[in-house]
Design a protein around this ligand. Structure first.
Ligand code: HEC
Length: 162
C-alpha cells in the first residue's frame, strides 16, 4: 500500500468512528426520553374513525385542540385533548359526557358560553364511543407530568405546584 492510500484509509476510519460516537452520544438515554411526539392512540382503526367522526360532528374542535388541530377562529382556553386518556379513564369520560352539568365534575373558570357543554342528550352509544375514543388518547410516561401540568393550568388559570 502506498503512503497516500494509508492516509486516506486512516482518515476514513476516523470519520466512521466519529459518526458512530456521535450517534451513540445523541441516542444515549433514548429509552428515557425519546424526542418524538409523546402522544399516541390505542384505538383500533374502526374506533379511531368513529371517534373522529363524532368529534367532528359535535364540534369539539371549536374549543379543543387534538393532534394540534383546532379552530383558529376561536380562542377558548379549553384543555388540549392530546394525552387526555392518561389522565382519566373511560368510565370517567362517559360520566362527564352524560352529566347534565359537567361543571359539577370539573368546575369552570370561564364565561358560560365557553364552558364544556353537556352532551347528555347524545345517544348513549355515541357517548360510549366518544368515551372510548378519549380514553385511547394516551401520552408517553416521560411527558405525563408536563401534560398534567398543562391541563391544570388551563383548567384553573393558576401555576401548577405538585
Ligand atoms: C364551547 C366550548 C367547548 C366545546 C364545544 C367542547 N368542549 Fe370540552 N371542554 C371545554 C372547556 C372550557 C373545558 C374545561 C372545563 C370547563 O371550563 O367547563 C372542557 C373540558 C373537557 C374535557 C375534560 C378535560 C380535562 O382536562 O379533564 C374533555 C374530555 C372534553 N372537554 C371533551 C370534549 C369533547 C369530546 C367535546 C365534543 C363532543 C367537547 N369537549 C366540546 C370546552 C368545550
Amino acid at each position: 500500500m502506498k503512503r497516500g492510500e494509508k492516509v486516506v484509509l486512516l482518515l476514513m476510519a476516523v470519520m466512521v468512528v466519529g459518526v458512530m460516537a456521535r450517534n451513540w452520544w445523541v441516542g444515549r438515554g433514548q429509552g428515557v426520553r425519546d424526542r418524538t411526539i409523546p402522544f399516541y392512540t390505542t384505538a383500533t382503526p374502526a374506533l379511531a374513525k368513529q371517534g373522529a367522526e363524532l368529534y367532528r360532528q359535535n364540534e369539539c374542535r371549536q374549543c379543543h385542540s387534538l393532534w394540534t388541530v383546532r379552530n383558529m377562529m376561536e380562542s377558548v382556553p379549553a384543555p388540549a385533548l392530546d394525552g387526555i386518556g392518561s389522565l382519566h379513564d373511560e368510565s370517567w369520560f362517559f360520566r362527564y359526557f352524560s352529566a347534565k352539568n359537567p361543571q359539577e365534575i370539573i368546575p369552570s373558570r370561564l364565561k358560560p358560553e365557553y364552558r364544556m357543554p353537556s352532551y347528555a342528550s347524545l345517544p348513549e352509544t355515541d357517548r360510549h364511543v366518544l368515551a372510548q375514543y378519549m380514553a385511547s388518547l394516551k401520552v408517553q410516561d416521560w411527558y405525563l407530568a408536563d401534560t398534567r401540568k398543562a391541563e391544570y393550568e388551563k383548567l384553573t388559570g393558576k401555576e401548577y405546584h405538585p
